[in-house]
Design a protein around this ligand. Structure first.
Ligand code: NAP
Length: 410
């Protein structure tokens, strides 16, 4: 946030909040207004599993759940039912899966001191969920999470952790992966330690976290009462198949197993969305590009460039990587822009001036879009901190557009 504020406060940076690409302003309008447009809007949709029952109630994407507990205005109405079941299944074993498991399992007295949205805290205080299953289609040597995040969840006070010790068996291919990849090695070591140091049974008051490996979801089970509610997940057991150096994929064994639960969070990856006029690779969910330069189509032909249009972050690479990864990714895109400016690939600002900021403001004004400047964002920030201090938390999120705009314009 500090880095972000520093950039936004720079005299050559203008911040226009409350502006939606595609409805407030179109991409072609933006490209008419500016010599260079960089799209960095990430991934705000979800990958789908494409299996039966996926749309039963009680099944949410992890992204929706994260938006809900983080107070995103578009996620506040999710209202996940945490009271009708004691068991949640999380599909996927990446860092997002760990995040949502941590929120379900952490004591609410600890969560109350964070900036979690109040509506989420209240729901979690009444939650009856005691058991969380984190299910991966591959093994502990392939788990997608990283050590710091794993340590955080394993360190939750008074949490019973269960890992089937037979799943920790390493094949020669696994040994190779672990030898060559420090992150996977650290994660594997942490999981092994947790498996061997856990008591054999939970105490009656303990919440439970079960790591389940080698299972892929085959279909969701309906409660059968005509309610359309999920009652469990039908999994196919898997084994690993080597498909190239250091790469093993999960393949079904034809043997199945059910896991009963009343809540499912699908944490199998985010997906970017396209806007009108943007070349988009629907298969990969990214904008076709070379080092951030947007290509006219998905053929990969480097001569077919959308001049002046660039991309970075998850929209450029897909939804992987931590904040530092995005830093390098942005540097690469900026280097491409600099190179194109120096080589005259982008229309010169003196020969072909464009309206820029003034033009954008005029356009937004003509559409009654209330653009929020950075000084107004700072008002929201300080109001959230003030409200937070009343409850001994770092901030209290404003969770409706109405309230956000009210504070912004006060
Ligand atoms: P991710 O790391 O790519 O993990 C996705 C998980 O879903 C993997 O376990 C994957 O298994 C599984 N999966 C994918 N398709 C599946 C399918 N069809 N059936 C069953 N399982 C499937 O994605 P993420 O957790 O959404 O995280 C996105 C990025 O944000 C990651 O780079 C993550 O590190 C980062 N992040 C970082 C933090 C942090 O730094 N604190 C917090 C949150 C997120 P396979 O491995 O078998 O494909």
């Amino acid at each position: 946030m500090n880095q972000f504020s520093k950039a936004a406060q720079h005299e050559r940076c203008s911040f226009f909040g409350n502006v939606t690409l595609g409805s407030s302003v179109s991409l072609s309008e933006l490209r008419e207004l500016y010599h260079v447009v960089v799209l960095a809007y990430g991934a705000e949709s979800d990958r789908a599993l494409g299996i039966p029952g996926e749309y039963l109630s009680g099944i949410h994407s992890a992204r929706e759940f994260v938006w809900w507990y983080n107070g995103h205005p578009d996620g506040k109405n999710l209202s996940p039912d945490l009271k009708s079941t004691d068991t949640a299944v999380i599909l996927g074993q990446g860092n997002v899966a760990l995040d949502v498991a941590r929120i379900l399992l952490q004591s609410t007295s600890v969560l109350a001191k964070t900036d979690i949205a109040s509506h989420a805290l209240e729901a979690l205080e009444q939650s009856s969920i005691r058991k969380v299953y984190l299910v991966g289609r591959r093994g502990p040597a392939q788990a997608a999470c990283t050590a710091k995040e794993l340590r955080e969840i394993l360190g939750i006070k008074d949490l019973y952790i269960h890992i089937n010790e037979v799943d920790l068996h390493k094949s020669p291919e696994d040994e190779e992966v672990l030898k060559n990849n420090r992150i996977h090695r650290r994660v594997y070591e942490l999981l092994s330690k947790a498996a061997t140091s856990a008591p054999s049974h939970p105490s009656s008051s303990q919440r439970e976290l079960h790591f389940v490996f080698f299972r892929k979801p085959d279909r969701f089970l309906d409660s059968g009462e005509g309610s359309g509610r999920v009652a469990g997940v039908h999994f196919e057991k898997t084994m690993l198949k080597a498909v190239g150096p250091g790469k093993q994929i999960a393949v079904g064994t034809g043997s199945y197993e059910d896991l009963d639960c009343g809540l499912v969070l699908k944490s199998i990856g985010y997906k970017s969305v396209s806007v009108d006029g943007l070349p988009f690779d629907n298969e990969k969910g990214v904008v076709p590009n070379i080092k951030g330069r947007v290509l006219a189509d998905t053929s990969g032909d480097p001569t077919q460039l959308e001049k002046g249009l660039y991309v970075c972050g998850w929209l450029k690479r897909g939804p992987t990587g931590i904040i530092a990864t995005n830093l390098y990714c942005a540097e690469e895109t900026v280097a491409s822009i600099s190179e194109d400016v120096h080589q005259g690939e982008i229309a010169s600002t003196s020969t072909f001036p464009k309206p820029g900021r003034q033009g954008l403001l005029q356009l937004l004004d003509s559409r009654d879009v209330r653009a929020v400047p950075f000084s107004a964002w700072e008002k929201i920030d300080s109001e959230e901190r003030r409200l937070g201090s009343l409850r001994s938390k770092p901030r209290e999120k404003l969770t409706t557009y109405e309230n956000l705009l009210k504070v912004a314009t006060e």
